[in-house]
Every structure is written in structure tokens, then in C-alpha cells.
Design a protein around this ligand. Structure first.
Ligand SMILES: [Zn+2]
Length: 300
């Protein structure tokens, strides 16, 4: 009979190959009956949390309610609210996890989560929970994943800065989803011919028209906007309206004021905080490169 460490190692191995750095399995009588890398219907939706995919795989068409009584879930990370609901409904009696949910928040692109173990214990006092098993190994996967995102941020911000170098005004922006550029400010979209031709707006228009025929709001969830300069108020509004998840910018509005032209010093950080939006900000990445483009262009 295999022990908990054996199964947790398998969950952690799955976390290395998933779209996001999490893995989970469901075990019954010493046998794995559900895995987070299986191709279930839930794995094709945005709710494809590792634990949900593993549960759906384990159910194999059976009803969720009490379908997994007697089973153990091994998860590289403490489950979120959504996954806990499914775990409780399924009747899973044993939960073994690696890192706690606060640690998973180190994940560069993660929306804040919080532990609800106290609530779970109230709902099902008989649930056995083992925390922190192979925590270090599970954490290493998160850190490696972060490193990959940081590396790709560095190359994408360089694309935006390169566009700024070759543009009429020294600004450039791109929109990226799933590692692919879906909108660029040097794209030929209608707004280019209006007075509202800021790089961020053109990149957003370009992305929206590439994924949908008509312009509508809220289409850019799970997208990152890379922009050579911190967005102005007008562009900030468009970013919020389209539901962009992350912003990576290089030069600050103050830099633009100093080296190129007057802009109102409204910080995107303040606006994001004020809007209560979950947008993640990466500030001043390759700022020097963007400043050198502003300087080369000279003051308006
Ligand atoms: Zn703007």
C-alpha cells in the first residue's frame, strides 16, 4: 500500500505540467481514480482548478453528491472556496495538501485567496485534513512558474518598447493572452485615425477586434496589457472597462512629463486601488529602455 507521500508526489508532478502550477488526484482504496491532467469537460472551462478536474475525472459521470465517499484528495495546494464546495459535496473524507493558500498567492498572476479551513471543519468535523505535506517541493513549482512569467514579462515589455521606438509618438502597447500577442498598437484599426490614438487604446481595440467582431466591454479577462508608459486616465478607463487582468508598464507618467509631453499625473496604482479591481500591476519594468526612447524622440 502506498503512503501519503507517494500520492502527494504524483499531485506535485501534475502541478509541474498544468496550465497553472497546481495538481491534484483522488484516491480510493489505494488506487488513483481521478487526476487533474485528465480531459474532463470542466477542464475546458475557466473553472479548471486542479481539484475540480480531478473530482470530475474520479466521478466518471456519477453524481457529485456523495459520489466520492471514502476517497482521499491529494492536492499540491490548499483548495480555494470553489474547490472546497465540490470536495464537501463529493463526500471526500480525507484531504492532504502541500502549500497553504496564502503561499500560493506568491504566484505572480494569482488573484488573492484565503483559507476557509475553519468553515470546512464546521461543515464537516469528520473530515481528516493533513496540511503541509511536501510543502517545499510544492512551493518550488510555484516559484519556478513565477520565474517563467517574469521572464516572459521581460520579453513582452521589450516588444511594447520596440513598437514605441518606431511609432509617430514614442509609445507602444500590446495585449497578451495565454502567451500570445492578440493586440498591438501598431495594428491598423480604426481608432488610429482619431484623436484618441493612444497606444493602449489602439492595442485594446486591436485585441477586441481580433477576438470579436464588434467592440464591447469586458472582453479582455485573462489578458495582460504591456505598455511602454504608464497609462493615462483615458486609457485607464478602457483598461477597467475591458476587464484586463494585468498591466505591465515601463516608464512612468512623470517620465513622460519630464522627457516628452505634459500628462496629468494620475497613477494607475491609485486608480486600480480606488476601483477595487483585482488588476495586478507590474511597475517600471525596463523603465530605462522606455525612458531612452522618450529622450530620443525629444520633447513635443
Ligand atoms: Zn492614454
Amino acid at each position: 500500500m502506498h503512503n501519503d507521500k507517494y500520492f502527494m508526489n504524483i499531485a506535485i508532478e501534475l502541478s509541474k505540467t498544468g496550465k497553472y502550477p497546481y495538481g491534484a488526484i483522488v484516491v480510493r482504496d489505494g488506487k488513483i481514480i481521478g487526476r487533474s491532467d485528465s480531459l474532463t469537460s470542466v477542464s475546458k472551462t475557466i473553472y479548471s482548478h486542479a481539484q475540480l478536474v480531478a473530482i470530475e475525472d474520479a466521478l466518471n459521470g456519477k453524481d457529485l453528491m456523495d459520489g466520492l465517499v471514502g476517497c482521499t484528495m491529494y492536492s499540491s495546494c490548499e483548495p480555494c472556496l470553489m474547490a472546497m464546495e465540490a470536495i464537501l459535496y463529493s463526500g471526500i473524507n480525507n484531504l492532504v495538501y502541500g502549500i497553504n493558500i496564502e503561499a500560493s498567492n506568491l504566484y505572480y498572476n494569482h488573484v488573492e485567496d484565503f483559507s476557509i479551513l475553519d468553515i470546512v471543519k464546521k461543515i464537516n468535523p469528520d473530515m481528516n485534513i493533513i496540511k503541509g505535506l511536501l510543502e517545499e517541493e510544492a512551493m518550488k513549482v510555484i516559484l519556478d512558474y513565477n520565474k517563467k512569467i517574469i521572464d516572459s514579462d521581460e520579453s513582452f515589455i521589450d516588444v511594447a518598447i520596440d513598437i514605441s521606438r518606431n511609432s509617430f509618438y514614442p509609445f507602444g502597447a500590446i495585449v497578451v493572452r495565454d502567451g500570445k500577442i492578440i493586440g498591438r498598437s501598431d495594428d491598423n484599426v480604426p481608432s488610429k485615425n482619431t484623436v484618441f490614438q493612444h497606444a493602449e487604446l489602439i492595442a485594446i481595440d486591436s485585441a477586441v477586434s481580433n477576438i470579436k467582431d464588434s467592440i464591447s466591454r469586458g472582453n479582455l479577462h485573462e489578458c495582460t496589457l504591456y505598455t511602454s508608459c504608464e497609462p493615462c486616465m483615458m486609457c485607464q478607463e478602457a483598461i477597467l472597462a475591458e476587464g484586463i487582468s494585468r498591466i505591465v508598464y515601463a516608464a512612468t507618467i512623470e517620465d513622460s512629463n519630464q522627457y516628452f509631453c505634459k500628462e496629468y499625473p494620475v497613477s494607475i496604482k491609485d486608480i486600480v486601488e480606488r476601483s477595487n479591481s483585482p488588476i495586478k500591476l507590474v511597475e517600471k519594468l525596463h523603465r530605462d529602455k522606455a525612458i531612452s526612447v522618450l529622450k530620443e524622440h525629444g520633447r513635443l
